[in-house]
Design a binder for this molecule. Structure first.
Ligand SMILES: [Zn+2]
Length: 544
C-alpha cells in the first residue's frame, strides 16, 4: 500500500474526481457484462414468450405456465438463487373468482322482487353473496372531499345499512375532482366510502342525464369478480362492496311514501341539487347468490446476493410482468393476443439482465428479480409481493419496473406513425425525476457514460398515470419505495391481437436492457442508500 503521494498527484486525483462529478464510472467488467445483452438473444426469448402457442400468457393459464417454465429453466442453468416459496422460484397466491348467479339474483323493494337486468343492474360486486334485509340511508352524490368540507355522511350512520346515492357517476356540483385513472386526488367516491364506513351495499338512483342506451350497456356487466385473496390495499384493489343501479320503475317503488318522490329525487340528481342526507322509512332485501372458484397463480422470483456484508441486507427489486392482457376481439381473423411488447419484451430483457448479472462482479446490495403475474387484471402478483415479500419490505431501497420496452418510432418501423413511441436510442424514464435527485443524477451520469440514450421525461411527472398508478410500480410507491420505470410508450397494438413480436425492435430491447443493467448495478453499488428524498405526491395513497 502506498502511504503517501506527492502533492501534485493528490491534486490530480482530486481534479479527476471533480471531473467525474464525484461518481465512479461503470467498472469495465460491468460494462462488458452489459454489452453481453444482445438483440439476438432477446429476440429469441421474445419470439417464444409471445408465440401463438402461449396465447398471451393470461393469469392463470397454461400459456403463462409455459412462459414461467421457460424462465425458470434458464434461471436454474444460470445458477440464480430461487427466492420464491420453500426454496423454489415460484411465489404463489390465491385468486378468488366469484360469479353472481344471474338467474336467481333479486332485489326486493316495497314488496316487489326485481330481477337482475330488469329492475337493477350490478355496478360492482364484492365477491361475496349478499342476502338479507337492511335499512337505507340516502347520501346524495356520496363523495367525501375533506378539503372542501364535503361529507354527506356527517351525522349519519351507514354501518350495516344500504347507502342510497345517484348513479352511475354522480358528481358534486361545481367541484372539479382531479382524477388519474383510478385515483381521485383528495376525494373518495361513494363505493369506497361506503365500504370504509361498513355499509353492506350501495344502491343508485338512475340519472336521466346518462348516455342513451346506458341500461342495455350495463346489463350483464360486473357479474364476475376476480381478485387477489386476501386483498391487498392498492389503487387497483377490486371493489369491496356490491353496488346496484335501479331502473326508473324500481326507483318509483323505493321512493313511495318517502320524503321525496322518485320524480323529485331523480330531478335533484340531474341538476346536482342533492337534498340533505336522510334515512328512508323502508328497507331493501337483497338475494344475490354467488359461487366461487379458487385459483393459484404465481410470480417467478429469483435473487442475486450483494457483495457487501452489511449492504447485502438491502435490496433492489426489478420487475417485469410476465402476463399479458388477453381479450376477446378478433382482428383480421387473428384472435390471439400475443402480448409481445406488453410485456414479453420486458420479460425477455430482464432474463438477459439476470443472466449477464451472474457473469460479473456483484454490486454491494442484493437484487430481487420478479416476473409477476396478474398485472393486467389488478396488479395481483405485485400486491401479493409487497404484502408477502421474501425479504423485509423495509430492506427494499428501490424498485425498477420494466414494462413494454420494444418499440421504436423511425421511418420504416411499425411505429412510424405512433406519436407516443420514442425514437431510436430513446426511452421513457419515469419516477426518479419526481422522487429522488440523487438517484436521478446517478442514472443520468451512468447513462451518459454508457449508451447515452435519450431519457424522455414526458411521464416523469406526478400527474402522469404512468408515474402512478398504471403500472407494477404503484404498489411499491404506495409503500414509500423509490420507483424507477422504463418503457417505450403506447401504440395502436397495445392490448390488441396485433401486439406481435414482428412489429418490435430487438435493438431497442437490447439498448434499454443494457441501460437498466448498468444503472441497476451502479444503484445497487451506491454507498449511500437510494431513497425517496422528495415529498410523495398527494395522488399516491400510503398503505404502510
Ligand atoms: Zn404492461
Amino acid at each position: 500500500m502506498i502511504l503517501a503521494m506527492q502533492t501534485s498527484a493528490w491534486l490530480m486525483a482530486l481534479l479527476l474526481l471533480v471531473q467525474a462529478g464525484q461518481a465512479p464510472a461503470v467498472p469495465e467488467s460491468v460494462r462488458r457484462a452489459a454489452d453481453g445483452i444482445t438483440a439476438a438473444q432477446v429476440e429469441r426469448d421474445l419470439a417464444f414468450l409471445s408465440s401463438d402457442e402461449l396465447r398471451g400468457r393470461a393469469t392463470p393459464s397454461p400459456g403463462f405456465d409455459k412462459a414461467a417454465d421457460y424462465i425458470i429453466t434458464r434461471l436454474k442453468a444460470a445458477g440464480v438463487t430461487p427466492a420464491g416459496d420453500k426454496g423454489t422460484y415460484v411465489q404463489a397466491y390465491e385468486m378468488h373468482e366469484a360469479r353472481v348467479d344471474a338467474a336467481t339474483a333479486t332485489v326486493t323493494i316495497n314488496g316487489a322482487a326485481l330481477r337482475l337486468d330488469e329492475g337493477f343492474v350490478v355496478r360492482s360486486f364484492s365477491g361475496e353473496p349478499l342476502t338479507g334485509t337492511w335499512p337505507v340511508v340516502y347520501v346524495g352524490h356520496g363523495w367525501v372531499i375533506p378539503d372542501k368540507g364535503i361529507d354527506p355522511y356527517a351525522g349519519m350512520n351507514v354501518r350495516g345499512k344500504v347507502v342510497l346515492t345517484h348513479g352511475p357517476r354522480a358528481m358534486p356540483k361545481d367541484v372539479t375532482i382531479q382524477q388519474f385513472g383510478r385515483v381521485t386526488v383528495g376525494a373518495t367516491n361513494v363505493t369506497t366510502e361506503a365500504a370504509r364506513r361498513g355499509a353492506v351495499a350501495v344502491v343508485m338512483i338512475p340519472q336521466t342525464s346518462a348516455q342513451p342506451g346506458w341500461w342495455q350497456q350495463m346489463q350483464g356487466q360486473n357479474l364476475v369478480r376476480r381478485e387477489l385473496h386476501p386483498s391487498v390495499p392498492s389503487a387497483y384493489a377490486a371493489a369491496q362492496v356490491t353496488s346496484a343501479l335501479l331502473s326508473r320503475a324500481a326507483t318509483d317503488g323505493l321512493m313511495q311514501g318517502e320524503r321525496y318522490t322518485a320524480a323529485e329525487i331523480v330531478a335533484r340528481g340531474d341538476s346536482q341539487e342533492y337534498p340533505a342526507s336522510f334515512a328512508l322509512s323502508k328497507s331493501i332485501t337483497f338475494s344475490i347468490p354467488s359461487t366461487k372458484v379458487v385459483h393459484r397463480p404465481y410470480n417467478v422470483v429469483a435473487t442475486i446476493e450483494g457483495s457487501d456484508p452489511a449492504l447485502r441486507n438491502e435490496h433492489i427489486t426489478v420487475m417485469a410482468h410476465l402476463d399479458g392482457a388477453v381479450g376477446t376481439r378478433s382482428v383480421d381473423g387473428d384472435d390471439i393476443y400475443n402480448s409481445a411488447d406488453d410485456n414479453a419484451s420486458g420479460s425477455a430483457g430482464m432474463l438477459s439482465i439476470v443472466e449477464q448479472m451472474m457473469k460479473t462482479t456483484r454490486p454491494k446490495r442484493s437484487m430481487l428479480f420478479i416476473w409477476d403475474s396478474g398485472e393486467e387484471v389488478g396488479l395481483w402478483g405485485t400486491r401479493h409481493f409487497v404484502a408477502n415479500p421474501p425479504v423485509p419490505l423495509s430492506s427494499v431501497v428501490a424498485h425498477i419496473n420494466i414494462d413494454m420496452i420494444g418499440a421504436t418510432r423511425a421511418p420504416g418501423t411499425a411505429d412510424e406513425q405512433s406519436p407516443d413511441v420514442p425514437g431510436p436510442n430513446e426511452v421513457y424514464l419515469i419516477g426518479p425525476g419526481v422522487l429522488s435527485d440523487r438517484a436521478n443524477a446517478l442514472i443520468e451520469r451512468v447513462n451518459r457514460s454508457y449508451l447515452n440514450m435519450t431519457l424522455n421525461r414526458a411521464d416523469d411527472r406526478w400527474d402522469s398515470e404512468f408515474f402512478y398508478p398504471r403500472t407494477d410500480a404503484g404498489p411499491f410507491l404506495e409503500r414509500g419505495i423509490l420507483t424507477i420505470g422504463w418503457n417505450t410508450g403506447l401504440h395502436r397494438r397495445y392490448h390488441q391481437p396485433s401486439d406481435e413480436a414482428k412489429y418490435l425492435d430487438p435493438k431497442k430491447i437490447e439498448a434499454v436492457s443494457r441501460t437498466v443493467f448498468a444503472t441497476l448495478w451502479m444503484l445497487a453499488d451506491d454507498p449511500e442508500r437510494p431513497r425517496i428524498e422528495k415529498p410523495i405526491p398527494i395522488s399516491v395513497p400510503r398503505h404502510r
